[in-house]
Design a protein around this ligand. Structure first.
Ligand SMILES: *Cc1c(COP(=O)(O)O)cnc(C)c1O
Length: 396
């Protein structure tokens, strides 16, 4: 008289839809209690049945069931074989760059995330890894920058905060022709809107802190690859450098992942409505959103992304004084760094996230004092639009 078994998730999850994968990956009800959501595995160590014989876990830095569950789920959503989680997006970057030997050369897009720029220019360089920063609005412009020792190309698309789109497939071809790997920071799109591995990238990374966790309460990062030799190198470094996330953060990020699809759809719907509203507002000089046909790379965005995401930037008329009055009048939209959470966040890159970029470089990148970046949350769109409208009116 056997009990029926409900371990019926053996069908090909990889072939199912995004939402199904996000919810069901690794979520087999607990054999002991039937718990639908696996309990958080807090133990740092695991009992062995004979010296060196265990069930796949011996020490929690090396491997943890809750973390593994998150890693496998993100890998499945990125279309990759292997996922590795880290204690932050920045720790993910550091671990990947640590896999390069001294004497290696990296090519990075010029408007890369500030922390990544800082790591390349202030840390990696001390370990003998040099980086060249290149404007990649036109992917072919990368070609003259390859050197004999170029091992890695690092890009991010859309870029931050000017939302330029980089042609992943074209950059991958250039990188591979020179025997270099391509890493794509996919934080802004999330795996829901873009899968760089399918466009030729060798590693995709995320600051999980942003959309993947999505609730502004976890700092974490993840890398996904299909290349087993890259995975083994990074897995070794994950354990050796030890920048791993806690089981509790892994649990929260895994929970966040379950609603990624519905959140991203709403982020995008709200962003498009706000972009259209701002485009018609007389206090605004320019709206930058890849989903608008006015965006110079709208067609490329359409081709390589499945949507346009929840990030938009705009240039206000007047000066930083007008911007400050505008920001002080906002009711729901919070003046704060970071992005990708359910709540709308707004910031002024020139004095906040990109304050450490030199004035000259900011000018080159178009990061003026009146450029405002908005991470559109999933609140009711009308409330966000009303909030923006009344604050813009107050600012002039
Ligand atoms: C936030 C961010 C990072 C760094 O991630 P942390 O989790 O803050 O260390 C890297 N890349 C992008 C695009 C980001 O937005």
């Amino acid at each position: 008289m056997g009990q029926p078994t409900f371990d019926n998730k053996s069908h090909d999850l990889a072939a199912s839809g995004f939402g199904t994968r996000a919810i069901h990956a690794g979520h087999v009800p607990d054999g002991l209690t039937g718990a639908v959501i696996p309990p958080i595995s807090l133990s740092t160590t695991f009992k062995q049945t004979a010296a060196g014989v265990h069930k796949g876990f011996d020490y929690s830095r090396s491997g943890n069931p809750t973390r593994n569950n998150f890693e496998d789920a993100v890998a499945l959503l990125e279309g990759g074989k292997h996922g590795l989680a880290f204690s932050s997006g920045s720790a993910t970057t550091a671990t990947i760059i640590n896999s390069l030997q001294a004497g290696s050369h990296v090519i990075s897009v010029n408007d890369v995330y500030g922390g990544t720029y800082r790591y390349f220019t202030k840390v990696a360089v001390g370990n003998g890894v040099d980086t060249t920063f290149v404007d990649l609005a036109n992917a072919d412009d990368i070609e003259p920058h390859f050197k004999e020792n170029t091992k890695l190309v690092w890009i991010e698309t859309p870029t931050n905060p000017t939302l330029r789109i980089i042609d992943i497939e074209a950059v991958a071809k250039h990188a591979h022709a020179h025997g270099a790997y391509l890493v794509v920071d996919n934080t802004f799109m999330s795996p829901y809107f873009q899968n760089p591995l399918s466009l030729g990238a060798d590693i995709v990374v995320h600051s999980v802190t942003k959309y993947i966790n999505g609730h502004s309460d976890v700092v974490m990062g993840v890398a996904v690859t299909n290349d087993t030799s890259i995975y083994e190198k990074l897995k070794f470094l994950q354990n050796s450098l030890g920048a791993v996330p806690s089981a509790f953060d892994s649990f929260l990020a895994r929970r966040g992942l379950m609603t990624l699809e519905v959140r991203m759809k709403r982020h995008e719907e709200n962003a498009l409505r706000i972009a259209e509203f701002l485009s018609k507002n007389s206090h605004i000089d320019e709206v930058i959103y890849p989903g608008l046909s006015s965006h110079p790379q709208h067609e490329l965005a359409r081709r390589q992304q499945r949507g346009f995401g929840g990030m938009l930037s705009f240039r206000m008329k007047g000066t930083l004084d007008n911007v400050n009055v505008f920001l002080q009048n906002l009711q729901y939209i919070t003046l704060a760094e970071s992005l990708g959470g359910v709540e709308s966040l707004i910031e002024v890159p020139a004095v906040m996230t990109h304050g450490s970029v030199s004035e000259e470089d900011r000018a080159k990148l178009g990061i003026t004092d009146t450029l405002v970046r908005l991470s559109v949350g999933i609140e009711t769109a009308e409330d966000l639009i009303n909030d923006l409208a009344q604050s813009l009116d107050a600012a002039y």
